[in-house]
Design a protein around this ligand. Sequence first.
Ligand code: 13P
Ligand code: SF4
Length: 320
Amino acid sequence: EIEKQEYRDRIKSLLKEKNAVLVAHYYTDPEIQALAEETGGCVADSLEMARFGNQHAADTLIVAGVKFMGETAKILTPEKTVLMPTLEATCSLDLGCPIKEFSEFCDQHPDHTVVVYANTSAAVKARADWVVTSSIALDVIEYIDAQGKPIIWGPDRHLGGYINKQTGADMLLWNGECIVHDEFSAKALLDLKNVYPDAAILVHPESPASVVELADAVGSTSQLIAASTKMENDTFIVATDRGIFYKMQQANPEKTFIEAPTGGNGATCKSCAHCPWMAMNGLKAIEEALTDATGHEVFVAETLAEQAMKPLTKMLNFAA
Ligand code: 13P
Ligand code: SF4
């Protein structure tokens, strides 16, 4: 604990010294979220992280999350230094959507509007007409569908399937998944609901359709936090990364939040409701990045960044 306090103190003075601000995702460890709040940074979903970094006057952004969030920040604000606690923190959706294959898929359907999730590489974003996050995906697809255009959606097949069901849009889906949400089990969730019959079920749409079907509210991380405050239930079963409990509990100290069960148990589940890449962000790594940027700074090739900036700017404008 003494060591942690030392890291916190060091980070606070380094943030000031470098005119830097900490931008953290809801899935990072509670101590990182608390530090971001305490130091005037932000804790947010991926859309709001992008917007905050874009609007903030700091010279340096330190992005605690996964690679695509750091890259998005760099693409939107190339004049800023963007640091990450580790550049190794990726995302299974990004890994499962290599640019070469995805681009070939798009080339096969040239009449389709290409919509990609923010959880992708800069190269995949550069190939897209639209970039969306889960908080605006439905609205953007509805907007494109209203113009009668067929859509390529990548990479999350569960989120794509959910949107497809909601909108009836003409969509071709890439076959990617989030290893964290894919593990939530409808059968185990039903069993848990029998134990807590009055609990409301909150589900992130990266979860399988069978889990989404059981939800009382479906949405992005920020939408789920809002639902946990708005809904009057005392107890909530939450199907998303457990990092979100920090904010849910902070906003609703009197309510009880329970993790939705995964198919495996502690010994067999791969991620157990916590993203292994989000977990790579720690106080020590933040302190290191602010002390010496070597190996922590995010760079995006200029031509890719210029191209990817277009759909990212469109995303921020659409959501404004
Ligand atoms: P949100 O945009 O809902 O924060 O989701 C980001 C993410 O990585 C979900 O797994
Ligand atoms: Fe990617 Fe899933 Fe981790 Fe989010 S939780 S960063 S979608 S692997």
